[in-house]
Design a protein around this ligand. Structure first.
Ligand SMILES: Cc1cn([C@H]2C[C@H](O)[C@@H](COP(=O)(O)OP(=O)(O)O[C@H]3O[C@H](C)C(=O)[C@H](O)[C@H]3O)O2)c(=O)[nH]c1=O
Length: 181
């Protein structure tokens, strides 16, 4: 397992060791002890999620507020997405900055997104299966988010805007500035 730091503190790119043979491949998608050794902290994931989306679907940017904030370990099982994590830790020197990373079934990269981040992705392939671990349970009442085209974030989602598929709920999200009020 190779872990790369990103320009956002505590946000890491993880490349698992892949074992290939004539049958196909095998890799450990999560190993608690190895994760703790390489990340340097123990994360107690409590919930696994999976979503299926077609090309152009943009889910996010989402986060849960307060005590229900979630750290996530995200990966793509099928297809390819552009994954985006935004640092919304108000005391962080990289507050308001984001990273974008292509996660795919081919590169098998994972992204660890700590609590205090907003998260979203857009599907670049015909469709994608997105799988991720959370270290806190879903709490509907603490759900919040940032509109995908927040002017201050200026995220390049790669696809042509006319191809975006966004839920009505996500189209109502506010700017970063207003979402933290
Ligand atoms: C997140 C979640 C949702 N749900 C229910 C609530 C809705 O009835 C349905 C779809 O939820 P939603 O439209 O919020 O799903 P996404 O747009 O994929 O939300 C996720 O998108 C971005 C990428 C994230 O990082 C978050 O984990 C999460 O907010 O699943 C649950 O029952 N449990 C859950 O943990």
């Amino acid at each position: 397992m190779i872990v790369e730091k990103t320009e956002l503190k505590d946000c890491f790119i993880i490349k698992p060791k892949i074992f290939q043979d004539q049958r196909g491949y095998f890799f450990e998608s999560f190993n608690k002890e190895l994760f703790k050794l390489t990340i340097g902290k123990e994360i107690n994931f409590v919930q696994d999620n999976e979503s299926f989306s077609s090309k152009g679907v943009l889910r996010g940017l989402h986060f849960q507020k307060g005590e229900f904030a979630q750290a996530k370990l995200v990966r793509v099982v099928k297809g390819k997405v552009l994954d985006v994590a935004v640092d919304i830790r108000e005391n962080s020197p990289t507050f308001g900055m984001h990273i974008s990373e292509e996660l795919s079934e081919d590169n098998k990269k994972q992204l660890f997104i700590p609590r205090g981040f907003a998260h979203g992705f857009i599907v670049l392939s015909e469709n994608a299966v997105f799988s991720y671990k959370c270290d806190n349970y879903y709490n509907k009442d603490s759900e919040s988010g940032i509109i995908y085209n927040d002017k201050d974030l200026n995220i390049d989602w790669k696809l042509d805007h006319k191809d975006f598929i966004i839920s009505e709920k996500d189209l109502q999200l506010q700017s970063l500035e207003k979402s933290l009020c």
